[in-house]
Design a protein around this ligand. Structure first.
Ligand code: SF4
Length: 291
């Protein structure tokens, strides 16, 4: 947003939704839509109603973030600090771009044919979508109203912020469980494990389809008992369709350094094929379809 510093008026910048995923926030906004002038009060009200969200970027992707071709919207803001995060530039909500719901919905509408042809849809990711439940809830609702398949990509920590009405508009939850033992989880993310487990139980109780995602980091999340704890928990959740074990990579490293943040995994290798298979095998041993 921009503020004139004199009247206190806050004016969301015109938004170009053709932003590449890795574009630094706050640069190069040539507008496809003008949001007009908003007072600070109007801005706050728009956020409260979910008319205005803080977005990092979006991209059109195939075969990741859910089935088919997907419009993945990366919202800004996350309360976790995962050591391996490859989008540390999404940590702070205020560094995202103010985007009007109606502009994003118009973009979504244009892709309906692509979604139909590929059995794809909308994925809301981040950052952490549940940092902005009003905006995300309305976005999901608009998508469902257009018959578009919806995914919510979440770490689950703020699951208590998701009202049932929001979850009713989600076809598939992509739930990241970062570790199975509380100490490891805290080491990886900086927060407690239990809220995510609680959310997973709530989703299972609703019969909500889930894909569980586990990032495999050598020396951090590869311990047999850690993987075993995740697998045993996931096996108790009746509505999990698959587990995806995602190999750690160094793609986020440059961003951490450019943001002046301490990156602790500079010397960590990607997992070997052997390690990947061992971990996938642990999940499969619990009867879980695992990739
Ligand atoms: S939950 Fe996701 S966005 Fe948040 S710090 Fe972890 S990896 Fe990054």
């Amino acid at each position: 947003m921009s503020a004139d510093g004199v009247s206190g008026e806050v004016r969301p910048a015109p938004v170009d939704l053709d932003v590449p995923r890795l574009r630094p926030a706050g640069k190069g906004l040539a507008g496809i839509a003008s949001t007009g002038r908003m007072t600070h009060h109007e801005h706050l009200e728009a956020v409260r109603r979910g008319d205005l969200g803080s977005i990092h970027s979006w991209e059109l992707v195939t075969s990741v973030d859910g089935p088919g071709t997907r419009l993945t919207v990366f919202v800004a803001g996350c309360g976790l600090r995962c050591q391996y995060c490859h989008n540390p530039d999404t940590f702070v909500m205020a560094r995202g771009e103010p985007v009007l719901l109606e502009d994003l919905v118009a973009r979504l509408r244009r892709y309906r044919g692509v979604f139909r042809a590929t059995r794809g849809g909308l994925t809301v990711s981040g950052g952490e979508p549940l940092m902005q439940p009003a905006f995300v809830g309305r976005l999901l609702h608009e998508a469902k109203a257009m018959g578009i398949h919806t995914c919510l990509d979440t770490n689950g920590y703020l699951g208590a912020h998701a009202p049932d009405a929001l979850l009713d508009d989600v076809d598939l939850v992509l739930l990241d469980i970062k570790a199975g033992l509380p100490d490891t989880y805290h080491e990886v993310t900086g927060v407690e494990l239990e809220p995510t487990l609680r959310f997973s139980r709530r989703l299972a109780g609703r019969g909500q389809a889930m894909w569980i995602r586990y990032v495999l980091v050598p020396g951090l999340t590869d311990a047999v008992d850690d993987v075993e704890a995740v697998a045993a928990h996931v096996a108790t959740l009746g509505s999990v369709e698959r587990v995806e074990v995602l190999p750690f990579h160094q793609m986020g490293r440059d961003k951490w350094e450019s943001l002046g943040l301490t990156y602790r995994l500079a010397d960590t290798p990607t997992p070997s094929g052997e390690l990947l298979e061992r971990v996938r095998g642990q999940f499969r041993a619990h009867g879980l379809t695992t990739y």
